[in-house]
Write a protein that binds this ligand. Sequence first.
Ligand code: NAD
Length: 429
Amino acid sequence: MTDQATSHTSRIPGFHKLPVEQRIDHVAAFANLAEEHRRQLALASNIDTQLADHMIENMVTTIAIPVGIATNMRVDGRDVLVPMATEESSVVAAVGNSARQCYEAGGFTTSISGTEMIAQIQLLGLPDPARARLIILERQSEIERICNACDPMLVSLGGGFRDLEVRRVETPSGEMLITHIIVDTRDAMGANAVNSMAERLAPDLAAWTGGRALLRILSNLADRRVVRARATWPSTAIGGDDVRDAMIAAYHFADNDPYRAATHNKGIMNGISAVVLATGNDTRAVESGAHAFAARTGRYRSLTSWEVTASGDLAGTIELPLAVGLVGGAVKIHPTARALLAILQVKSASDLARIVAAVGLAQNFGAMKALATEGIQRGHMSLHAQNVAFAVGAVGDEVAEVARRVVAQSAINEEAAAVVLAELRRAAP
Ligand code: NAD
């Protein structure tokens, strides 16, 4: 395995069959991990109580979530092993399987619109909203100075204030003036950074316009931080034209029916949130941004789009806002998040976002293919059967055997598993 690991390929046949310690060895060799990170991965337990107590209020304990490695991922010409934190079975396997089917065709290609975040300042009770709008726009240079003075560190790293928008919004509470400050937050997710600027700026806006400032907070609809990923799956690699066409029909269903789109996009977020969580980033920020973006046309639609290429292959794209960072929040202080980020070997928040988008596309391919062919339950339930076996008290080799028998009986529930486990134990020598 070591030869393969050092050869720097994410194609690792049989990775899932290795014992956990050997998987860690493999990942550590692949990413040339520091000993400190390798040790942290091997802990597989909770974070230090003192650190957890410092992170949130009223802390009593922590909850461990398994982290799996998605193999076969190739993003912008580079092989990556992707850590995914999830409690749901099948998610990691689906990404690895989907990525394997497009690996030879080049894997995933990505682009990103930028690393700018938007903070909103709400002004109420304006005597003349149209004039107030222009007064604010005329002061852009002053606003830039005020915002940048809040975060000299960010400015020294090439970030800071970039642009200004002022919108008039009619509401049942009357007309409001909403100012957007647009800030390049570089390798930070940026919520704290832009919130501080909005709070600092709000009294000035109120004084200049004669209005009253109320809310001052970022928008999670981070549509100046949009990431795109695309990949082509050769028709021959995915089971032929019938499978391809069934997947296109599955996509058209999702893109035209919000009931289906919600579940289609939930599957995408299975992949995306797992990487976001593993890297210590804010899953809720990314999720709200994704769903708001999916509804940006006024109708809730698919985050991906799928089409048949001129050569008859299946091409998929994903496009969504991804506000993730390499600094700030929990990213820098959670030792496991730091170790998992080290596996990804990314140099910027944009590089991380590109990988996250590619995982979302891979996840969507896997879910659509399963749904459009054998159905989701076969693959999912055989993994779920192992959880059921655990739940009724199976240990060691019993887990796989109980799971195998309940799957064979097509009765994957605790009642059946308990009966099988009892039989197994009665028959044991
Ligand atoms: P932060 O304030 O901890 O870190 C950002 C700061 O780090 C920057 O302002 C800058 O001064 C500094 N920095 C150092 N190196 C940098 C680099 N290379 N690039 C950019 N900045 C660098 O965190 P943040 O990213 O501003 O905020 C993220 C946190 O805010 C997350 O924990 C998130 O959960 C939380 N949050 C989210 C929301 C929301 O999404 N609605 C609201 C409030 C808070």
